[in-house]
Design a binder for this molecule. Structure first.
Ligand code: NAD
Length: 437
């Protein structure tokens, strides 16, 4: 089985490396020549645990190659995966499909012999039909099928998610394409991974429905956290108390500063637009989008309140800028709202992130970037824990307190225990839990 993976970002690189680990011959293609050059030199352009070794092992075995030449990779392939970006279109929230369509045009010209063209990118309902029509118009002679195989991996645990997924969703409209997809995922059949075969449109919608549901679950617990603050209840215990109910489940019930990242914000927005266009508005998801946007903005006010109502001229130590731990991805991270809002109120922000600072420097202006957590804390008037990297879960509290000018600790991820923090002498604020004096 020969695979061409078009787009070598978080999804394309991980998927390509994992397929080659499954024993397939994979060419990862990207239009970004510098990315491909780095990969050829053995350098991994993103931060993803375990990816270095996986890529090196498969590249050395000759099963995984990197190229900028889409034509040769596609001409040779039995399966062509599209893993290019589908960001939000500026202004209206629809998914921007320009990268997808640009790649499809090139693919159409390059097809030779039967191949399945598969969207792994998250694409709105009906995109597979459009791709099918585009290829047919450009190459009436081509022998191909179009399939949908949305990806559910999470950054930070992407390899395990890909190798041991809860399920694989595949939308096909022909038996021939189904057989190719079966062969690609043969290894997962052996470990009895559920494979949901369906039609293309249903597969496309399934991906958005999954992300919208998870975003709703997060938003639900965030609102319950606000209520907890108002009535003096503890959201941590509420989450445990409801999450132990098997019908609800414990995952995605962590109250925090609002969801961010490369998927939930743009995918919820795109789903809202799809639903409106179809005349079947999704009012729950619309509300989730609004609440989350507002919440990220409100987090700066929460920090300012904890600092006594004003931060002008004050130094704020900030731990973590990525949208979650174990990634360098900053797309739609809460830090992108919170840092500028604190700066607008006159604060001086001193930040540290284990993997996000290179990206952070491009996106956040006038931040003092520090080499480690304690340098960011040193001399700060307050400390904000924004991303729950493991190394921030075990801070030396005595040292932290002595380095802070004032012992104000705002924990937007509920990593620490309010009782212990009070005992350690902090003025401690978290999300949805009573502050203890
Ligand atoms: P990304 O931005 O990291 O990577 C996209 C890559 O595609 C870039 O390297 C870009 O240079 C390349 N590209 C763009 N146009 C190209 C073209 N015409 N030919 C060749 N290469 C081209 O994006 P990502 O995070 O990997 O996401 C890709 C898709 O997967 C999106 O639709 C996203 O919604 C979806 N997805 C992402 C995740 C995630 O956690 N990042 C999870 C599931 C699904």
């Amino acid at each position: 089985m020969r695979i061409a993976m078009i787009g070598t970002g978080y999804v394309g690189l991980v998927s390509g490396a994992c397929f080659s680990e499954f024993g397939m011959s994979v060419t990862c293609v990207d239009s970004d020549a510098s990315k491909i050059e780095r990969l050829k030199q053995g350098e991994i352009p993103i931060y993803e645990p375990g990816l270095n070794q996986l890529v090196a092992g498969n590249a050395n075995s000759g099963r995984l190659r990197f190229a900028t030449d889409l034509k040769a990779a596609v001409a040779d392939a039995d399966a062509v995966f599209l893993a290019v970006g589908t960001p939000s279109r500026r202004g209206d929230g629809h998914a921007d499909l320009s990268f997808v369509y640009a790649a499809v045009q090139e693919i159409a010209h390059a097809l030779s012999g039967y191949a399945v063209v598969i969207t792994k990118s998250t694409v709105p309902v009906g995109t597979g039909d459009t791709i099918d029509r585009m290829i047919r118009e450009i190459r009436p002679d081509a022998d191909y099928d179009v399939a949908s195989n949305p990806e559910f991996l999470r950054e930070g645990s992407a390899i395990n998610d890909f190798m041991r997924p809860d399920r694989v969703v595949i939308g096909v409209d022909s038996e021939r394409a189904k057989e190719v997809m079966r062969r690609i995922y043969r290894v997962l059949y052996l470990i009895e991974t559920p494979i949901v075969f369906t039609d293309r449109v249903t597969a496309e919608l399934t991906k958005y429905a999954a992300n919208a549901f998870l975003a709703t679950k997060i938003t639900f617990i965030n609102e319950i956290a606000d209520l907890c603050e108002a009535v003096g209840a503890d959201v941590h215990d509420v989450a445990r108390g409801i999450g132990l109910d098997g019908r609800i489940g414990r995952k995605f019930l962590h109250a925090g500063p609002g969801f961010g990242g490369s998927c939930f914000p743009k995918d919820t927005l795109a789903l809202v637009q799809t639903a409106r266009d179809a005349g079947a508005a999704l009012r729950i998801v619309e509300t989730v989008v609004d609440i989350n946007t507002e919440r990220k903005r409100r987090m700066a006010a929460k920090i300012i309140d904890a600092c006594g109502g004003a931060v002008a001229g004050k130094a704020i130590g900030l731990l973590g800028v990525t949208f979650k731990p174990n990634t360098d991805d900053m797309r739609d991270a809460p830090s992108l709202e919170i840092v500028p809002a604190l700066q607008a109120a006159g604060a001086i922000v001193r930040a540290f992130d284990p993997a996000g600072m290179a990206e952070g420097k491009k996106l956040l202006a006038d931040v003092t970037w520090c080499n480690d957590a304690y340098t960011a804390i040193d001399g700060a008037d307050a400390l904000v824990l924004l991303t729950e990297w493991n190394e921030f879960r075990a801070l030396d509290l005595t040292r932290t307190r002595s380095l802070l000018r004032r012992p104000i600790f705002i924990d937007l991820r509920n990593v620490y225990n309010p009782g212990q923090m009070a005992a350690a002498g902090f003025i401690y604020e978290s999300i949805g839990r009573p502050a203890l004096a």
